[in-house]
Ligand binder design. Structure first.
Ligand code: ZN
Length: 90
């Protein structure tokens, strides 16, 4: 039988530089799926697709807080979700 035990003298190492990566991109709200998305989040606080679409072309504005409008994000999301996420061998 499994049981939990409490340890009073336990030390936990905490890295204060650790940045939690959310499940979804803060800009387009789609899932952060791979290491490219995680790297993009660390550098631009968005997924790699948003980085290529908006962050790089608008880098100066992006770094001071500019983000695309809701209408721009909706159109972008519609284009992204229409792209197949897998390839079928025929
Ligand atoms: Zn995104």
């Amino acid at each position: 039988m499994l049981k939990f035990e409490l340890f009073d003298d336990m030390n936990i190492m905490i890295d204060e530089r650790f940045v939690k990566v959310p499940l979804g991109c803060p800009v387009c709200k789609l899932l952060l799926m791979d290491s490219d998305d995680h790297d993009s989040f660390y550098n631009f606080e968005c997924c790699s697709a948003c980085k290529m679409q908006w962050a790089w072309p608008n880098k100066d504005k992006w770094l001071v807080g500019w983000r695309p409008s809701a209408e721009m994000v909706i159109e972008f999301r519609q284009n992204r979700v229409s792209v197949p996420s897998y390839t079928v061998r025929g």
